[in-house]
Design a protein around this ligand. Sequence first.
Ligand code: BDR
Ligand code: CA
Length: 313
Amino acid sequence: MAPRKIIIDTDPGQDDAVAILLALASPEDLDVLGITAVAGNVPLDLTSKNARIVCELAGKVDVPVFAGCDRPLGRELVTAEHVHGKSGLDGPDLPDPEMPLQDGHAVDWIIDTVRREPAGSVTLCPLGPLTNIASALQKAPDIAERVAQIVLMGGAYFEVGNITPAAEFNIYVDPQAADIVFKSGIDIVVMPLDVTHKALVTQARNDAFRALGNAAGIAVAQMTDFFERFDKAKYGSAGAPLHDPCVTAYLIRPDLFTGRHINVEIETTSELTLGMTVADWWGVTDRPANAFFVGDLDADGFFTLLTERLARL
Ligand code: BDR
Ligand code: CA
């Protein structure tokens, strides 16, 4: 089968970086048409720089990287330096990128690419706030029926919230954008905290990354060393959760994940629960299913896949 064409929309972020590395290490499965940066974990100037640092770490300097929206659709940007550090990629000491940012706005490039490629052939992979994707859908509603699928990291049901008691970070930063995406009618797969909090980098898994001995393996071990302090302190968990790599792993090995087709709505007005993903996991409403909401994964299978693929870089 031909590799699946994907656009990675991202706000790197250590876990975004690992997701990108997994995709770039898997050319037989995934054809990364380009990477679009959005403001999220850190401001846009850093996320668009970090995306290129990661491409260079993977040795894939030909992947086009575009800068997109520098703020959410209707509110001020909220960032997460308290999790990811000042650079967004704290941990390893990686050089500034030499590859340039592409000319043009990420939103226009997403629209042009989805229109140019055969209908139903491009999958969007958002790993950050949904501002770029929603902006593309607003500007060019015709692309909705051409997108094959959206596989995104965001939201939570059982785990509820990580940035507020009710909301997960990516959805909270731009709830208006998330609402547009979830109402788009596009086939959506969601990797919420419910599954990503089960993809934990234990010490043994971190040791396995480091033991690869290549630049990517060592950098991933250093990134998760840095990133884990936040979750260990907050949740008492065994290590760093690899949120965003669940998206790229799902594209390669969907059999590692289980979930339910359910209705998911986004809270866009309440001050108390802004950005909450109201997920009808138990089917208590008649609202139609609009997403495949993942709840569990084969964590050992996931880390075996990730480690094997990182070894290739
Ligand atoms: C999400 O927020 C970011 O901090 C991570 O990169 C991930 O995309 C987890 O809530
Ligand atoms: Ca992210």
